[in-house]
Design a binder for this molecule. Sequence first.
Ligand SMILES: Cc1cc2nc3c(=O)[nH]c(=O)nc-3n(C[C@H](O)[C@H](O)[C@H](O)COP(=O)(O)OP(=O)(O)OC[C@H]3O[C@@H](n4cnc5c(N)ncnc54)[C@H](O)[C@@H]3O)c2cc1C
Length: 442
Amino acid sequence: MPAPLKFVATTPELPAAADAVIIGGGIVGIFAAYYLARRGLKVALVEKGRIGAEQSSRNWGWCRQQNRDARELPMATKSLDLWERFAGETGEDTGFRRCGLFYLSNSDEELAGWARWRDFARTAGVTTHMLDGVEATERGRATGKPWKGGVFFADRRHRGSGVRSTGRRGRDPEARRNSPPVLRRPRYRDRRGPRLRRCHGTRHHSHQNRGACRRCLGVLLLPPAWHPLSAGLYPLFDPFGVSPGATGLPDALHTAAVSVTRRGDGGYTLAISGGGRVDLTPQQLRFAPHFLPMFVRRWRSLAPGGLQGIRSGHETLARWRLDAPTPMERMRILDPAIDKRTIRTTHLRALELLPALKNTKITAAWAGYVDSTPDGVPGIGEIATVPGFILAAGFSGHGFGIGPGAGHLIADIVTGDEPIVDPRPYHPDRFLTSAWGKVADF
Ligand SMILES: Cc1cc2nc3c(=O)[nH]c(=O)nc-3n(C[C@H](O)[C@H](O)[C@H](O)COP(=O)(O)OP(=O)(O)OC[C@H]3O[C@@H](n4cnc5c(N)ncnc54)[C@H](O)[C@@H]3O)c2cc1C
């Protein structure tokens, strides 16, 4: 069953020319298109299936700084402001709300890890409140249990997951003029593509020649779960939604057993945090050495998958022919089957943790692949061997929250503007020099 998602209209028509072509209409591609269009570039956004139908509508909607790796924290912080600003700029209610994140634990090891992050975050100007047992138990009274400690982070999150028609085409004529056209990928028989002028890279781009940049092309590839960069490890997660009916619960609660997120409609999304299934695939074997440190760190929360990637044809080592349908054309939307056992386990744990959930019923269950890089930090940057070609993939389970910051950074790279954050920690070239880069701490 797919996750609940608003429909965004697309067109199969290709424009005669475009300043930038974005491949992939997930949260990152949408925000990159938005920031490029705001700078006056003519943007073509190419989507093979439906806007936001893969990871970007299957996530929990958490936009957190809490426990982010040092390399990703600046982008997470900027993104929170951009989420807020986006609502003001467009008049669109994205569902983004400031509500705070609440973590509870009875594990000394986990609490010590959170305390370490609190100390690090302080150096980056981010404040986290550690809760002692009394405070955690009081704040976590909806659980009816005593707790050793916890964290409260006055963060913000996006209530109710999913891309909510950020394109806005078809309603307000002004927004229509400013928003990029959304294209569906053409069928292979008539794949001529827009007439593209080649960009010779962003190295020569500067504030002085920004006008010239407009005649250049930036091709952005943002199809994470389909890209080999992230093919070595992409676990399947199985969240599900329950109806409104439970009262007195925190808006966003994490525990080791289960995590609970209040949705915009008053219902909740329930899931086991970090727990996923991993399919054994040919790509995974090929890239396994790169992902070894990540596996060593995360194996405890992973279970074997059901070979869905191979059976569905999504995962293949075969080369694609240009005169025959590619795997992306055979599978327009990556919609893996749910694992009913995981859903049952999650539900039982949630009812045990928060008895008020007994007043709700399951309304939808879905699964989603999470793309991951070997070090758990996204790969964003221009590929040196293909000037003008920018890759952005491997958001490693954090891409929804940092989508606006990532889209902004991509637009900065294309136009040569001052980057919103230091782009160096994200550049995919780091995998060329050291396959075993430092795995994200948190
Ligand atoms: C269950 C689950 C829970 C998560 N929870 C959170 C969370 O709480 N907070 C958070 O920040 N992140 C979370 N994430 C991760 C987050 O959803 C992703 O990191 C983010 O959505 C990635 O966005 P994207 O635009 O890079 O990719 P996607 O949303 O996957 O979009 C890629 C798009 O590219 C298209 N595409 C692929 N190949 C082609 C092609 N050849 N031509 C044209 N189009 C193509 C696809 O159809 C797709 O629409 C979660 C993910 C899952 C699955």
